[in-house]
Design a protein around this ligand. Structure first.
Ligand SMILES: Cc1cc2nc3c(=O)[nH]c(=O)nc-3n(C[C@H](O)[C@H](O)[C@H](O)COP(=O)(O)O)c2cc1C
Length: 200
């Protein structure tokens, strides 16, 4: 019995002497996206945007933090009105503002940037974000949803703008698929992350 008590005491003391390593390390991967809920092409009226759904899948698979670019002035719910606003933003090369800012930007070495294709382009609000932060030394990975344009020329546009970053090959998914086929989108994301060396 004495031996047992001594053993328990010894184990207890040993455990107390071992430093605790269980503290969570902060995420080094960030998913930033813009996405528009409401009425949209080919999906009807949606509560959560297509790119938002895709972004959350990426964040889940990467164990990443998420920052959504929420416009200070909301875009119209109505699809046709939203088309008009996007047209005007592109015509004037606007830089629409968004809510909040990203805490501890330096802690992230890998940043996924997500957006829908709007008239063949990255929406202007995403430029507001890309121009506001220093991407030097970071790895950037674009992702987007669309209804026929694929990535359009957004990969090249990001490479040209974020010259200090290493930009990996992005993934384009149909908005309708991202909205309605979670399992298919998860599989596409998993295959893509493997193909660019970010997952096994
Ligand atoms: C203003 C606007 C312009 C669009 N232009 C295009 C386009 O040029 N090419 C395309 O494939 N899809 C286009 N779409 C469709 C969106 O890219 C697609 O529905 C996307 O999945 C929307 O993502 P979201 O729900 O995250 O905003 C456009 C949609 C809107 C609202």
């Amino acid at each position: 019995m004495k031996k047992l008590i001594s053993l328990i005491l010894a184990v207890t003391l040993l455990c107390a002497a071992i430093p605790v390593f269980a503290e969570e390390t902060p995420a080094h991967v960030l998913v930033v996206y813009f996405s528009h809920a409401g009425e949209n092409y080919n999906v009807g009226v949606i509560e959560e945007g297509n790119t938002a759904k895709m972004g959350k899948i990426i964040a889940e698979q990467m164990g990443a933090d998420i920052f959504e670019l929420v416009p200070t002035v909301p875009y119209p719910d109505d699809y046709d009105s939203c088309l008009d606003v996007a047209t005007e933003e592109q015509r004037t090369d606007a830089r629409p503002e968004y809510e909040g800012e990203i805490d501890a930007w330096e802690q992230y070495d890998t940043v996924f940037i997500g957006y829908p294709i709007w008239w063949g382009e990255i929406p202007n609000i995403v430029y507001t974000f890309m121009e506001a932060y220093d991407f030097a030394g970071k790895t950037v990975i674009p992702f987007n949803t669309h209804e026929g344009s694929g990535q359009a020329h957004s990969q090249r546009d990001i490479e040209r703008l974020l010259t200090g970053a290493t930009v990996l090959k992005g993934l384009a998914v149909r908005g309708r698929k991202a909205q309605n086929d979670a399992e298919g989108t998860k599989a596409d994301v998993a295959d893509w992350l493997k193909s660019i060396g970010l997952a096994q």
